[in-house]
Design a protein around this ligand. Structure first.
Ligand SMILES: Cc1cc2nc3c(=O)[nH]c(=O)nc-3n(C[C@H](O)[C@H](O)[C@H](O)COP(=O)(O)OP(=O)(O)OC[C@H]3O[C@@H](n4cnc5c(N)ncnc54)[C@H](O)[C@@H]3O)c2cc1C
Length: 470
C-alpha cells in the first residue's frame, strides 16, 4: 500500500500550486520542503527593527490574477495590484512607463522615432509567439530585423526581461517574446500584503485541501524499480508513493535524486547539454521607523553602462541595478518602507572567493549600492538602519539549486523536464525551466500543467477513482 498518491518535492510556487491542485482533485499528497519556510524563491525574511524584506516580489504579469483565482482563492487573487511607475535611467535614456503595450508603442514612436508600422509588426510577431513554435531565431536576430543598429531600443525592450528571467540576446526569441508579451498585456503587478502574506494564505489553503505539509524535510532519494516510481527517502526514512512531482532543480532531480542509471543513455546525453541559468545578488535596505522615501518609482532599471550588454549585467563589477521600492502600500497598515536592489550574477564569481574576500566583497556590494541609490534617494544613508546582501551562494543554500540559479535552466531544459515521465512511470518535474516556465507566473502555471498530467497518470492506475472537481 502506498502511503501517498503523490510526493511533491519542494514548496516553490510550482510545487505548492501542483500540490494544491492534486489535493483538490482528490489525491493524497505529501509536500516535503527541506527549508523551515515554504515558498522557495518566493520568500521573505524579517530583521530587528520591524524590517520585512521580499526576495522575488518585484513584478509579475497580470496573468497571475487568473492563475491565483483559478488554482488558489478569490481572496488571494484580489490582492494583486498594478505597479504603475516603472523607470529607466541609463546613459542612453531616462524615462517613466506603465510598462504596457499602449505606453511602449507611444514611447517607441515619440521617444525613439520608430515608425508605427514597424512597432505594430514587431508586437504582432512577439505576441504571436507560443510555446509550441519551432525555435528559429534568436532575440538578437529579432531585434536586428525590426530595429537594426538601435541599441537604445534593444536596451529598452531587453533590459527588464533579462532581469525578469535571465535571458540574453542569444537565447531563442520565443523565450523573449512569450515573457515580454505577458507583461505588455496589461503591465507589471505585485501582491499587496507581501510575500509573507501570500505564502501564509497558500499554506492555509493547502491544509484546508488536505495536503500533508512537512518542512525541515529533505528528500534524499527517489526510488525507482522497473522504470516506475516506488517511493522516496526523506530524512533517512522510506516512504512509498505512486508518483513523485519534483519541484527540485531539474538536474538535481535526474542526476542526484533519481540517478542517471534509471534513464536511457540517449536521454542522459541530452540532459548533459542542459545549461543552468544565471543567479543573482541582492542588497536589502530597511528604512528606519518614522522615516519616509519619496515616490521615485516602483521599479527602477538603472545602469551606468554605455549600452545593454549581458556580460556587463552579469559582471561582479556592477553597472546595472534594478531597484524595487516597497512603500507602505505594499503592506498596508505598517507604514514601513524598504528598498531591494537586484543584479544578475554568476555563481563562480562568488563561490571561488576565500571566506574573508567573500565577506569584503559583500560589504563592498552593499556600499556601492547605497552610493548608486543616493542619486535617486538623496540622504539614503541617513534613512536606512539595516543593510544586508545576498549572493548566488545564499540562493543555493536556501533553495538547493546548483549554482544558485534564479531562473532554472536555459531553453533546452524545458524539453527534458517535459520528457521525464516518458522515461520513468510516475515521475514528473515542475519548476523554473526553459526561461519560459520561470518567474512567479511561469512556475505556478507549469505546476498546474504538470499536476494535471500527474492526475491523469494516477487515474490510469486507479480507474475507479472518483473525479473530484478542482
Ligand atoms: C533575486 C530574484 C528575484 C526574482 N524576481 C522575480 C520577480 O520579480 N518576478 C517573478 O515573477 N519572478 C522572479 N524571480 C523568479 C521566481 O522567484 C522563480 O522563478 C520562482 O519563484 C521559482 O519557483 P519554482 O517553483 O520553480 O521553485 P523554487 O522557488 O526554486 O523552489 C524550489 C523549492 O524546492 C525545495 N527543494 C529543493 N530540493 C529539495 C529537496 N531535495 N527536498 C526538499 N525540498 C527541496 C527548495 O528548498 C525550494 O523551496 C526572482 C528570482 C530571484 C532569485
Amino acid at each position: 500500500m502506498s502511503a501517498y498518491d503523490t510526493v511533491v518535492i519542494g514548496s516553490g510556487l510550482a510545487g505548492m500550486t501542483s500540490a494544491n491542485l492534486l489535493a483538490k482533485l482528490g489525491h493524497k499528497v505529501l509536500l516535503a520542503e527541506h527549508h523551515y519556510n515554504m515558498g522557495g524563491m518566493a520568500t521573505w525574511f524579517k530583521r530587528k527593527g520591524g524590517h520585512i524584506m521580499d526576495i522575488s516580489l518585484h513584478g509579475f504579469p497580470c496573468g497571475m490574477i487568473k492563475t491565483l483565482r483559478k488554482y488558489w482563492t478569490q481572496d488571494i487573487s484580489h490582492r494583486v495590484i498594478q505597479l504603475k511607475n516603472v523607470r529607466f535611467d541609463n546613459p542612453q535614456f531616462s524615462l517613466n512607463t506603465t510598462f504596457d503595450k499602449v505606453d511602449f508603442t507611444y514611447i517607441l514612436r515619440e521617444r525613439f522615432g520608430i515608425l508605427k508600422e514597424v512597432i505594430d509588426d514587431f508586437f504582432l510577431t512577439v505576441c504571436g509567439m507560443n510555446f509550441y513554435d519551432e525555435v528559429v531565431m534568436t532575440t538578437r536576430e529579432l531585434f536586428e530585423k525590426y530595429f537594426p543598429g538601435r541599441t537604445d531600443v534593444w536596451r529598452f525592450l531587453m533590459e527588464p526581461i533579462t532581469y525578469a528571467n535571465g535571458s540574453t540576446l542569444d537565447d531563442p526569441a520565443i523565450t523573449y517574446g512569450i515573457v515580454f508579451s505577458n507583461f505588455m498585456d496589461k503591465g507589471v503587478f505585485t501582491y499587496q500584503g507581501g510575500t509573507d502574506h501570500l505564502i501564509k494564505e497558500m499554506k492555509k489553503e493547502l491544509l484546508k485541501n488536505g495536503v500533508d505539509i512537512r518542512t525541515h524535510c529533505l528528500v534524499e532519494k527517489i526510488y525507482v524499480g522497473d522504470k516506475t516510481v516506488q517511493g522516496v527517502r526523506i530524512n533517512g526514512q522510506d516512504i512509498q508513493c505512486k508518483s513523485v512531482l519534483s519541484n527540485s532543480n531539474l538536474l538535481t532531480t535526474i542526476q542526484e535524486l533519481t540517478g542517471e542509471e534509471h534513464f536511457d543513455a540517449e536521454f542522459i546525453k541530452e540532459v548533459k547539454k542542459v545549461r543552468l541559468n544565471n543567479s543573482s545578488c541582492q542588497v536589502y535596505m530597511g528604512i528606519k521607523t518614522g522615516e519616509t522615501v519619496p515616490n521615485v518609482g516602483d521599479l527602477l532599471f538603472s545602469s551606468v553602462a554605455d549600452e545593454y550588454c549581458t556580460h556587463q549585467i552579469l559582471s561582479k563589477d556592477v553597472t546595472s541595478r534594478t531597484f524595487s521600492f516597497y512603500y507602505p502600500e505594499t503592506r498596508p497598515g505598517t507604514n514601513r518602507y524598504s528598498i531591494v536592489s537586484s543584479t544578475n550574477a554568476r555563481y563562480q564569481d562568488w563561490a571561488s572567493l576565500s571566506e574573508s574576500q567573500y565577506k569584503k566583497d559583500k560589504h563592498d556590494l552593499e556600499q556601492t549600492t547605497l552610493d548608486a541609490l543616493e542619486k535617486y534617494v538623496p540622504g539614503i544613508r541617513k534613512k536606512v538602519d539595516h543593510v544586508e546582501a545576498s549572493t548566488p551562494k545564499t540562493f543555493k543554500r536556501y533553495t538547493l539549486h546548483p549554482s544558485g540559479t534564479s531562473f532554472g535552466t536555459k531553453f533546452e531544459g524545458l524539453k527534458i523536464s517535459r520528457d521525464i515521465p516518458k522515461q520513468i512511470n510516475g515521475l514528473f518535474h515542475a519548476g523554473s525551466v526553459g526561461i519560459i516556465m520561470s518567474g512567479w507566473l511561469g512556475a505556478a502555471n507549469y505546476g498546474v500543467i504538470v499536476a494535471n498530467e500527474t492526475d491523469k497518470f494516477l487515474r490510469q492506475l486507479s480507474p475507479s477513482l472518483v473525479t473530484a472537481s478542482a
